[in-house]
Design a protein around this ligand. Sequence first.
Ligand SMILES: Cc1ncc(COP(=O)(O)O)c(C=O)c1O
Length: 281
Amino acid sequence: MIFLNGDWMPIEDAKISVLDRGFIYGDGVYEYVPVINRKPYRLLPHLARLDKSCQEIGLKNPYSVEQWSDIIKQIIAKQSFDDQGVYWQVTRGVAKRDHTFPKDVEPTVFMMSNPLPKLTQTQIDDGVACYTYPDLRWHRCHIKSISLLGNVLARQHSFEQGGVECVMLRDGFMTEASASNVFCVFGDTIVSPPKDNHILGGITLDGVMELATKSNMKLVVRSVPEAEMWTADEMWLSSSSKGVLAITSLDDKPIGNPLHRGKPGPMFKKMFAIMQADMHA
Ligand SMILES: Cc1ncc(COP(=O)(O)O)c(C=O)c1O
């Protein structure tokens, strides 16, 4: 069952107008929360980010934290599987096509839950291949907007070469992936680009920072020039659907220092274990 504007129905029965501004303009925002054993993981930060995304685009958040939490609780209970990925989006609603915000229009709210994608043991043990791509997106990437064409094209470029994700580069610096944040490790230090307007502030990124601090792993927030990225001892992806995942090949070149070149490194293995424990706590 899915949720659409206050009603529950099978996804096949869900209908929205072709004049919905999400359809016409990509005018809306979204969220995705992983659910482990029927428990949403880090839900409150996701709800806070949704509220921030709404504010950034001048859209009234239609529900309070309590109301969102209740709808999410209900959608989880309606599924037959335990580990889920709950996706929901809010658009500016249905109105005559005109760029200007319409007045007195109710936002469209859609929510669905699917089985949480599972990493394969090979992906965990060997890491994954990624391909670089120019970051051609706008300058407000901190908004979790449903307009994702730049991300879609970057992911497709990587997919066509057998990659799992892309690593985007803007003005000579590493930004993020199409649906994940990217970390580099240099020696014993984890490095994350700053959460500015050129990346989405990932909830998993925040989780990595929190768990690294708690575990006395060094973490520094600073920009990573492309040239330095290529010298990283390890590279990682982070996202709600993947948790953390090692990048072991970039543009067909092995990543990592000679001790574990092309394989996940020791810092990744430590963070992966810590995060798994936290997600299943
Ligand atoms: C562009 C982008 N960056 C990063 C992330 C990771 O964010 P989170 O950890 O909150 O899933 C996502 C998630 O969809 C994303 O779309």
